[in-house]
Design a protein around this ligand. Structure first.
Ligand SMILES: NC(=O)c1ccc[n+]([C@@H]2O[C@H](COP(=O)([O-])OP(=O)(O)OC[C@H]3O[C@@H](n4cnc5c(N)ncnc54)[C@H](O)[C@@H]3O)[C@@H](O)[C@H]2O)c1
Length: 326
């Protein structure tokens, strides 16, 4: 049994990473400032939750990160802790502390673990790219220029650069992954949480406006989680960074797929005309070369899985609607 140290594991992607690892019978250490398993509780029952080790931890505390990685005899690090676009915009200094210095601290801990560490993967983001109009018509591969338009995107770009230097200076291998708009249960915060919130609202018969339109790449959270785990375990050398292509479509088309699957949701979900400002037509050959098959749930199936979980939570009186008004 291997030991996985997951930072930011109480988050949306993290909860699904933990669920997948627990389902496989692995040892999981949750390292998060938040001790409340709010999202994990949606995915795991009490018995499964009891197999997870919870540590209240801050990636900004370098001593704590390193000492826990060493004390826990960690085999794999999956680094997801981070602040999203709105928080980085409101407080760039805090954003840099958590997203950049926090990532340095995780890399230092990985370095201290030396050859005992079998894999390190961290969350970058498609926000390292600029808007569609900055590029040509072809899918963007990992050699495309990075032209981020937010502090958040710049911080992610910086992490990719630091990962490259850790390999150059210390032969510390890592994989950075660039998700775009992850959707599914647990996605309740951040700009691209709109499509998931819209599904939740529709389940309870409420209307919802997604605050952007235009082209996006939709990625079902369980696929994203499995991709992070596969990259942590791929055991290749170098500082690799990969796009995740997902299902590329317009938000208007997403709404259409939802309405075809659930005719009773018709008219409840709208979107605005504001584009998100990140190119979505991304190539995924690099990721395929790294892990072989890329976990891919068809959009309709991902929407149905999401709606089913929301319906179950509603019937159990556990559907939290507080995110819909934020
Ligand atoms: N969700 C997406 O669509 C998406 C897209 C691109 C990139 N990403 C990146 O993937 C990662 C995970 O995303 P998510 O959607 O699960 O985010 P999330 O906001 O749901 O979860 C982030 C988690 O990090 C924790 N955290 C925050 N500051 C911390 C700190 N100082 N120390 C320890 N833990 C801390 C939070 O408590 C939270 O549980 C993030 O780095 C994010 O930037 C997400």
């Amino acid at each position: 049994m291997a030991r996985y140290f997951v930072t930011g594991a109480q988050g949306c992607i993290g909860a699904w990473v933990v669920k997948n690892l627990v389902d496989r019978g692995q040892d999981v250490i949750v390292f998060d400032v938040d001790l409340e398993p709010r999202r994990l509780g949606l995915l795991l029952d009490a018995q499964a939750l009891s197999r997870v080790q919870f540590l209240r931890g801050d990636v900004c505390d370098s001593d704590q990160v390193s000492s826990e990685v060493l004390r826990q005899n960690v085999d794999y690090i999956i680094h997801l802790a981070g602040l999203q676009v709105p928080t980085c915009r409101a407080n760039p200094k805090l954003g840099a502390m958590v997203n950049v210095v926090g990532t340095i601290n995780v890399f230092e801990a990985a370095r201290a673990r030396g050859n005992e560490l079998r894999g390190l993967v961290y969350a970058s983001s498609a926000a390292v790219f600029g808007p569609e109009e900055d590029y040509g018509d072809n899918p963007l591969d990992e050699s495309a220029s990075l032209l981020p338009e937010t502090h958040y995107g710049v911080f992610k770009q910086c992490n990719e650069g630091n990962a490259r230097i850790y390999y150059r200076d210390h032969r510390l291998s890592s994989v950075g992954l660039r998700p775009f708009a992850v959707y599914g249960p647990g996605r309740d915060f951040g700009i691209t949480s709109g499509p998931t919130k819209a599904l939740k609202a529709a389940v309870v018969g409420r209307s919802f406006e997604i605050k952007f339109g235009g082209s996006v790449s939709m990625q079902f959270v369980d696929d994203t989680a499995k991709t992070f785990i596969a990259c942590a375990e791929s055991r290749k050398a170098g500082a690799r960074v990969y796009n995740i292509r997902g299902a590329v479509m317009t938000v208007e088309e997403f709404i259409q797929v939802v309405e075809e699957a659930y005719p009773r949701f018709r008219g409840l979900i709208r979107c605005t005309a504001n584009t998100i400002g990140i190119a979505s037509n991304l190539a995924e050959q690099g990721l395929r070369d790294e892990i072989g098959t890329i976990p891919t749930t068809d959009l309709k199936a991902g929407i149905e899985a999401t709606v089913q979980i929301f319906q179950r939570l509603q019937s159990e009186g556990r559907l939290d609607l507080s995110d819909l008004d934020k």
